[in-house]
Design a protein around this ligand. Structure first.
Ligand code: BG6
Length: 492
């Protein structure tokens, strides 16, 4: 059973309170933590946005959002009404002058509360909101600021945002969210690697042939075309979520679980990533853009149609990469990464492919010679699967086949898997930044991404089209098959 340790009483101010992130993720996450008794009843969630709406109207919007995004069996009318009572609302112009006095007055009612400021707004506003918080005397020792991704769109803009926020908040009060770090299975990677002797000893180039990380999505750009078209899959998914998964897979053991120990080790992996040069770009990267097709049996339009009539764009909605981590542990072990919109399944996995046994005592015809493989499933059905060779039961001689040692976390632990934001929001209140990105991590990841973006920009060819509902352009299959390897079959 999960142990619920209540956090300190807080006033969480959510800028961007009427936006998509608040509606889909933050309010449901806070509702669950409240319902489980983790949020003390003296806490408040103060919505802040430019919309001049009443508190009742804000609560009504929140009620609708919860009904939409929380499954009915978790939504009792009683819990819902009790939760909504903790919501407050102030109309504030984050980057301007209006509304700051009323917000300050509200916060002054409870000066001892922990005060997270959640910036669920466009990153262009982060600096201005922080300056306003400082100008109105709203930053104290118990304040923290939470920054949603994207933190910039390249190294230069990320530095500008970090500088602006850093002028008013010390680094230990800045929480840069990468929600992948709050996913249970991602945290489980730390447990798998550093709480078990069997894996860590095999976690080397001598035993591991290669690693694959796939984050597939069935959705297209939905209502976010404006943002997505200036971003693309590399900025939206690889620079942050997928590199973080790679870091946790590849990093050395941290000294302990302190935020800086863990982040120091992740940073070393980012620094060890071999930059992709213009000469390599054709061999180790594939960009794709979805065309019309069918996903989960339903016909869907292509990316350009999703952008709007007559649109032209070279933005990639799919990326496949072959990366190298230049270190003793990983020398010669490629990391194949891929992610995309409008793929056949919403599925994220890390696959650690071990080397084949060096010699077989079994007759050729009996032996599939399948090397072992560890599959860490992030979603759906969080769990882990270790493929081992076993004997086929019964007579017929020694026939071997791969069998799964399969752990489904949900079935094993028989409890709901909390959304990543639940854990991360509570960590903000506790002041624990272990699962958040430090400034240097974000900037080193951008420096790596910038060199690839530049190499792509200098090339004449556009992203390769792929049919919606396929696993990306055929070149992505060739990328790995050229090396005599293949994408994990569940995902192909
Ligand atoms: C976000 C990206 O950070 O992550 C989205 O901006 C993407 O484009 C989302 O859809 C995926 O998150 P999850 O948790 O659904 O895998």
């Amino acid at each position: 059973m999960a142990t619920i340790i209540p956090v300190a009483s807080f006033d969480c101010v959510v800028f961007g309170a009427t936006g998509d992130l608040t509606t889909r993720k933050l309010l449901p996450a806070l509702y669950y933590r409240y319902k489980d008794g983790q949020i003390p009843p003296t806490s408040r969630i103060i919505g802040a946005s430019r919309s001049e709406i009443s508190l009742d109207a804000f609560r009504e919007r929140a009620r609708d959002a919860l009904k939409r995004f929380v499954p009915g069996h978790d939504l009792s009318e009683e819990a819902l009404t009790a939760f909504l009572d903790h919501l407050d609302y102030v109309a504030v112009d984050g980057a301007g002058e209006d509304g700051w006095e009323p917000l300050a007055a509200k916060l002054a009612e409870r000066p001892d509360q922990v005060r997270p400021y959640y910036l669920a707004t466009s990153p262009d506003l982060y600096g201005a909101i922080c300056r306003n918080l400082a100008k109105h005397g709203l930053i104290g020792e118990k304040s923290r600021v939470v920054l949603e991704k994207p933190i910039g769109k390249d190294l230069k803009s990320a530095r500008a945002i970090n500088d602006a926020v850093g002028e008013v908040f010390p680094e230990e009060q800045i929480f840069r969210i990468d929600h992948y770090l709050g996913k249970e299975t991602v945290q489980n990677l730390l447990a798998l690697r550093f709480a078990n002797t069997i894996f860590e000893r095999l976690w080397t180039a001598d035993v591991i042939d290669h690693v694959q990380i796939t984050v597939g999505e069935t959705v297209g750009v939905e209502g976010r075309a404006g943002y997505y078209d200036t971003s693309g899959a590399l900025r939206d998914m690889v620079q942050n979520h997928i590199l973080q998964l790679l870091c946790l897979t590849a990093m050395e053991s941290p000294l302990n679980l302190d935020a800086n120990s863990v982040r120091d080790e992740k940073l070393k992996v980012l620094r060890a990533l071999k930059p992709i040069t213009p000469a390599d770009v054709q061999h180790v990267t594939v960009r794709g853009q979805y065309a019309a097709g069918a996903v989960e049996g339903k016909p869907v339009e292509g990316y350009l149609t999703d952008l709007g009539p007559g649109s032209q764009s070279r933005t990639e909605t799919f990326v496949a990469l072959k990366l190298e981590v230049q270190s003793w542990r990983w020398a010669g072990v490629p990391f194949y990464l891929r992610t995309g919109k409008r793929l056949p399944a919403k599925m994220s996995e890390i696959v650690v492919q071990f080397r084949a046994s060096p010699f077989s005592i079994f007759p050729e015809e009996a032996f599939g010679r399948e090397p072992n493989r560890l599959v860490i499933r992030l979603q759906p059905q969080e769990g882990m699967k270790l493929e081992v060779m076993t004997k086929d039961p019964g007579p017929g001689g020694m026939r071997l086949r791969p069998t799964n040692l399969d752990i489904s976390f949900e079935e094993t632990f028989k409890q709901r898997y909390p959304d990543a934001y639940e854990r991360l929001l509570m960590d903000v209140v506790r002041g624990n930044p272990t699962l958040f990105m430090r400034r240097d991590e974000v900037e080193v990841a951008w420096a790596w991404a910038d060199s690839l973006l530049k190499a792509w920009a200098d090339r004449p060819e556009a992203p390769r089209p792929y049919a919606a509902g396929s696993w990306g352009p055929t070149a992505a299959i060739a990328l790995i098959e050229r090396d005599g390897r293949t994408w994990h079959e569940d995902l192909r």
